[in-house]
Ligand binder design. Structure first.
Ligand SMILES: Nc1ncnc2c1ncn2[C@@H]1O[C@H](COP(=O)(O)OP(=O)(O)OP(=O)(O)O)[C@@H](O)[C@H]1O
Ligand SMILES: [Mg+2]
Length: 322
């Protein structure tokens, strides 16, 4: 079964700074990944590792510097805005900050109804009726209490529900959920995740779920990709990556969490210092300055991403010979 979304050897550079002080940041470095139909792909990594950039490249909000982007078998890398617009109704982004997703001047009802007016040429009256139904579906009830409110008149959790209603109203085939709960209280995170999963189940969408939280992602994803400084360092079926992590970075992510009972089965891996500078990444293996297992070779040569089992990939000299 071919994937719904595919990145092939995608690199994304950003130019920052100005005049004599321009700097190139390689946010994503040669990433290849496939998101299967109906699958939840969990992308995990520290802040600055390139997660949001990958999400935006899959939606062709960003055009990659190198590499190809496929959606439903179609190469959309060089697609023009007009054609992309037709594709975009099948793809949605749920961003980290719900306040950035909705125009503050619109009412919640208008925000949810708008995609139906734009893409389905519905009348506003019909679209607002559909929006009221959608509000009920995401638990903002009675809808009449919410439909006329402005975004700032909702709590963060309520607004994220409204953003989800808007994202789902066109029944997308693919949704990027970019840390959809990171700005919310722990107490309401679980209900938002559940809402997303319910939608995914009901409409069979594929999802890229982006998070710092490897435990959360292990509970919901089918497959996990672990990102470090723009590179995939480990990828595989979720339960395998979490039960038997291979890469020292994945082990560090898993053993750094004070879980009830911890992970006595795993040797604790402590990393030194902080994530490096993506505009000037370390030589060799990018983790080597922080890695307790690093050898001289690790500082010199970049390890390749190698397949060590079916669909199981790791980028580390501990697992590859040449
Ligand atoms: N539009 C941009 N212009 C310049 N640099 C950017 C841009 N977007 C991202 N970057 C840089 O690319 C790198 C990766 O950023 P990205 O936002 O993808 O990381 P992330 O993994 O989503 O981080 P976080 O967990 O904090 O959201 C960072 O160094 C960031 O500063
Ligand atoms: Mg991000």
């Amino acid at each position: 079964m071919a994937g719904l979304v595919e990145l092939r050897n995608v690199t994304m550079d950003f130019e920052t700074g100005f005049f004599g002080r321009r700097k190139r940041v390689r946010a994503v470095d040669n990433v290849t990944l496939t998101i299967g139909r109906g699958e939840i792909y969990g992308l995990v990594g520290e802040s600055g590792s390139g997660k949001s950039t990958i999400g935006r490249v899959t939606l062709r909000i960003y055009k990659p510097t190198r590499g190809r982007v496929f959606f439903d078998g179609v190469d959309i890398t060089d697609m023009r805005e007009r054609e992309l617009r037709k594709m975009r109704r099948r793809m949605q982004l749920i961003p980290q900050d719900p306040y950035s997703a909705i125009n503050p001047a619109q009412t919640i009802g208008e925000a949810i109804a708008e995609p139906l007016v734009v893409h389905e040429k519905m009348s506003w009256r019909e679209a607002l009726e559909a929006a009221a139904k959608a509000l009920e579906e995401v638990g903002l009830t009675p809808a009449s209490d919410f439909i006329g409110r402005r975004p700032r008149e909702l709590s963060g959790g309520q607004l994220q529900r409204a953003v989800i209603a808007r994202s789902m109203i066109l029944r997308p085939d693919y949704v990027v959920a970019d840390e959809p709960t990171s700005n919310l209280d722990a107490s309401i995170r679980a209900s938002i995740v559940k809402l997303l999963l319910d939608f995914k189940e009901r409409y069979g969408a594929s999802m890229l779920f982006i998070t710092h939280d490897i435990v959360l992602i292990s509970l919901i994803a089918n497959r996990i990709g672990v990102l470090y400084l723009g590179q995939l360092v480990e990828e595989g079926p979720a339960e395998e990556v979490v039960d038997k992590p291979l890469h020292p970075y994945t082990k560090a992510l898993l053993t750094a969490i004070p879980l009830a009972g911890g992970r006595p089965d795993l040797e604790k891996v402590y990393l030194r210092g902080e994530i490096g500078d993506p505009s000037n990444p370390p030589s060799g293996c990018r983790l080597h300055p922080r890695c307790p297992f690093a050898t001289e070779k690790c500082s010199r040569e970049e390890p390749p991403l190698v397949e060590v089992g079916k669909g199981r990939f790791v980028r580390c000299w501990l697992y590859s010979k040449s």
